[in-house]
Design a binder for this molecule. Structure first.
Ligand code: PSU
Ligand code: MN
Length: 297
């Protein structure tokens, strides 16, 4: 028995065709520490609200899939150190475990689509891991099989970015650049890699999404938005930290679902406040862009 709960406010907005933007909760349980995790979620929600859309945090509450976690539930997840990281594989196990869980991009996108939400804002997507091409985040196959718009700042170069883009190409996911030709690398606005199509505004994203639906394609659309220039960290500054974090993960034999949270935590520890500022800035910016796109539907 799967418990799938949609909050009344979210259900009403979906039924009325009002703009809704999904937010993930792995960011809350495994991305940021308390209280920064609650703070950033509130600020993303406020940015979405400010654009006239309804924010909808998705996660697991005592094993129940919850579309539209309340502020109190977000706070509880944010302080629960036993909350699990929930990707697609974990969804069917969660009810049995009955625990709180933070959903990854993969699980959030899947659940948002099931609930009838078409736009989802996050920071960085998972991908193919550096030095471990066999380790591919479930975020990628979900993007290839779930028709919704995912707004992100590209992917951190803790990942193998060329292989990540190759995967998306093979599986037919269009990668759009928000007012840019470059695939952004999370902290940095540039990566040396190109997107498939530059878009000028939300209307062009909606046009691509509608064309995909008209063609009955199974994929979603990945919209990549560069971090705001004022908060960008040049690749040359982050690269040594990433190299060190990846080397530490290899040396300690960190694998499976633990590796991404390990690398994220090491990046924060190694870089102090600069990466946190960039991370927060791009998340709020992505939330705003996602709300503009949702309003176009
Ligand atoms: N990358 C980031 N920040 C994150 C994540 C990835 O820069 O918070 C999180 C997201 O929830 C993403 C997940 O969906 O990690 C990917 O984990 P894995 O590589 O185990 O699929
Ligand atoms: Mn993995």
């Amino acid at each position: 028995m799967v418990n799938f709960h949609v909050s009344p406010a979210v259900q009403q907005a979906i039924d009325a065709g009002q703009p809704v933007v999904a937010l993930e909760s792995a960011l809350i349980t495994h991305g940021f520490a308390y209280p920064a995790n609650v703070d950033i979620t509130r600020r993303m929600a406020a940015a979405i609200d400010g654009e006239g859309a309804l924010p909808c945090v998705i996660g697991l509450w005592r094993g129940a899939i919850t579309i539209g976690l309340s502020d109190a539930q977000v706070e509880a997840l944010a302080t629960d150190t036993t909350a699990i990281k929930v990707s697609v594989r974990d969804l069917s196990l969660a009810g049995v475990r009955g625990v709180h869980g933070g959903t990854t991009v993969a699980a959030t996108a899947l659940l948002a689509h099931r609930a009838g939400i078409r736009v989802f804002a996050t920071g960085g997507i998972g991908g193919v891991h550096r030095g471990h091409p066999e380790d591919i985040s479930a975020d990628l196959p979900v993007l290839a099989s779930t028709p919704l718009v995912v707004v992100c700042a590209g992917a951190k170069s803790i990942l193998d970015l060329p292989r990540t883009l190759e995967y998306l190409e093979t599986w037919g996911v269009p990668v759009l650049g928000w007012q840019t030709d470059e695939f952004p690398a999370f902290y940095s606005r540039v990566s040396g890699l190109k997107v498939d199509q530059r878009v000028a505004d939300a209307a062009q994203v909606a046009e691509v999404f509608h064309a995909q639906r008209a063609l009955a394609l199974p994929q979603g659309v990945l919209v990549t938005v560069p971090v705001p220039a004022a908060d960008e960290i040049p690749a040359a500054d982050v690269e040594p930290l990433i190299a060190q974090a990846v080397a530490e993960a290899d040396a300690q034999g960190v694998t499976g679902k633990a590796i991404t949270p390990f690398l994220l935590a090491r990046m924060v520890a190694l870089s102090e406040t600069r990466t946190k500022r960039a991370n927060e800035s791009l998340l709020i910016n992505n939330a705003r862009v996602a709300a503009q796109i949702a309003r176009c539907f």
